[in-house]
Design a protein around this ligand. Sequence first.
Ligand SMILES: Cc1ncc(COP(=O)(O)O)c(C=O)c1O
Length: 404
Amino acid sequence: MPGPLIPSRHGLPADDPIFALHAEAMALAATGRPVLDATVGSLLDESGQLVVLDSIMDLWRQLTAQEVAPYSAIAGDPAYLRGLVQRAWPDLTHPGCACATPGGGGALALSLRMFLEPGQVLLSADPWWAAYPTIAAEGGVQLAGLPWPAAGAPLDVRAWHTAAEALMARQGRLLFWLNDPCHNPTGRSLAAGDRAALGTLLTDLARRGPVTLLLDLAYPDYARDPAEVASALAAYGRLGAEGAVLVGAAHSLSKAFTLYGARAGALAFPWTRDRDLQAALVTAARGLWSNCARAPQSVVLRLLRDGKAQAHLAAEHRHWSEVLEARALALDAALRAEGLAGAPWQGGFFVTLPLGDPAGVGARMRGDGVFAVPVRGGLRVGICGLRAVDAPRFAAALRRALGD
Ligand SMILES: Cc1ncc(COP(=O)(O)O)c(C=O)c1O
């Protein structure tokens, strides 16, 4: 007799692949082996402790019962939504069609219900965050990859064009998830010219059917050059304002405010006021999770009223961006000292080292007690958790795993 679990839910992995590798690293460390764990996706300080931004926790500690306990509106607090949108596009005065979500992950999931029919295909740049395939599958759509450019190489606009055009002909609509700037897992951003070419491509495609570009903005606060991030976002803002392509963003408080566990974010399309889209967002949110947590929204509202806290937060972001840059540079130097290719980094918590057989290389490194995440075409290294002093050991283990 079949069990209560329906057949289509059998055989799924028990744990997210990254959490599973991290658990393996922790288990090995517990036996006393010296372990280097570059799998984690949270920012850790030099003693391996989770970084929690003081500016944010100071605000959190001030919250009153009324800022924590009541239900929030299903769409989320309007000032919270506006505040998140203005972090990316400071000139905007309205969040457009927007809805609070449990993190950026919730925003990505919600977008699938808005812009694709079940069974249709979502496009994104590959390699991608390991949760993308799961979010897509749970949303009842397929995920197809377009190549993210190699370091120093331009975007393969022809490949993007061919795949997107064929898909438009098949399904009459397109949804792109784009984790730019500060891409997970490569730690690089598109070049300005690539972004312009992509804008032209999407605008052309939008003559044939609806095109939605959803920017996955998980890491822009942690960048080598904040001015580059601002100009990237401004370019996307211009594309959104033109109106041919529906441009929006999945916002997340997880890395931006180190409020990973508060599960807060938003899905916002600032350049439209389409009532049907707003109603669809709120209806789907109600059917999926109802209201989001009020406390993190209240933190954002306090931040918006507190110039000192804003300055403190900006200084903390700068500090930790510099720490990440120092770690990326140390890894780059250590890899080169081993005769390997370096690790260019522009922003975010990771770099990806391009190599063949990532699964095999990753497994051999684990034999040395060194953990990183195999992704398509390489190994993802969480510089958010890999101290600069540990870079030489990491690089030596990689060279051994590749064979001398
Ligand atoms: C690329 C990317 N997008 C979105 C998220 C969403 O995070 P959360 O759901 O915690 O906001 C993450 C988190 O790791 C990420 O790496």
